[in-house]
Write a protein that binds this ligand. Structure first.
Ligand code: HPA
Length: 272
């Protein structure tokens, strides 16, 4: 079965369970699932029920597709995402984005937990993603291209929507939430970085590092979607000083930042 047929089958399955057209897709990253509490939920579909969806293996990620309304706007939300380090290939990781687009979502909003490498950052801060660097060593668009899904050589000159970024900054200002802006670099993981790797990532112009987001964003742009991305800074690697960090600490830092992130995304959706 080719990719397009799989996308159509998944979308049909979901459409058979909801009575509205989602216009916005949202992916909630590690420890950032609380936004779901703000949604007037119409339907929760576990990933394992959806044809062709991979199944999440990380315990902190609930594997549900949530359909409903956020600030009165029809949304489709991934509560938990798929990571390359779990063993999925990037076509699997990004499949849900294709389905969101097929369902009617013209915009994708992505959140993640990331290591901060900018000296102004503190744990629990938020960073609006202005651009990214793909160091995954792989690409979700590798292989035959279906021109009906997007162009062979998609432009990446302005990936993160300017208007949405400006709107988010304004919302931050109005609510006393400081928002960094910077470049997100994606590595495959699952290990965190060595001090030498952090120095390298700072040298090539990255402000935050993580193990997700870039594949989904590449596919969203390929599909012609508007993109907004935001990182929660869960740990710091500044001046080459790298503190030991555990996954639990990352999740806890993300949880601390959750109320701020929830406010920003909800307001953004309201004003879109
Ligand atoms: N590195 C990579 N991924 C991460 C980090 C980090 O420091 N923090 C949260 N996700």
């Amino acid at each position: 079965m080719d990719l397009k047929a799989k996308i159509e089958e998944s979308a049909r399955f979901i459409q058979g369970r909801v009575s509205f057209t989602p216009r916005l897709g949202i992916i909630l990253g590690t420890g950032l699932g609380a936004l779901v509490d703000e949604i007037a939920i119409d339907r929760v579909i576990p990933y394992e029920e959806i044809p062709h969806f991979p199944v999440s293996t990380v315990e902190t990620h609930k594997g549900n597709l949530v359909l409903g309304h956020l600030a009165e706007k029809p949304v489709v939300v991934m509560q938990g995402r798929f990571h390359y380090y779990e063993g999925y290939d990037l076509k699997q990781v990004t499949f849900p984005v294709r389905v969101m687009k097929k369902l009617g979502a013209g915009t994708l909003m992505v959140s993640n937990a990331a290591g901060g490498m900018n000296r102004n950052m503190k744990r629990g801060d938020l960073m609006i993603i202005t651009d990214h660097i793909n160091l995954l060593g792989d690409n979700p668009l590798r292989g035959p291209n279906d021109p009906e899904l997007g162009p062979r050589f998609p432009d990446m000159s302005s990936v993160y929507d300017r208007e949405l970024r400006d709107l988010a900054l304004r919302i931050g200002l109005e609510n006393g939430i400081y928002l960094h802006q910077g470049v997100y670099v994606a590595l495959s993981g699952p290990n965190l970085e060595t001090p030498a790797e952090y120095r390298f990532l700072i040298a090539i112009g990255a402000d935050a590092v993580g193990m997700s987001t870039v594949p989904e964003v590449i596919v969203a742009r390929h599909a012609g979607m508007r993109v907004f991305g935001i990182s929660c800074i869960t740990d710091l690697a500044i001046d080459g000083v790298v503190e030991p960090v555990s996954f639990e600490e990352i999740v806890n830092a993300a949880r601390t930042a959750e109320p701020k992130l929830t406010l920003i995304i909800k307001e953004l959706v309201r004003r879109m």
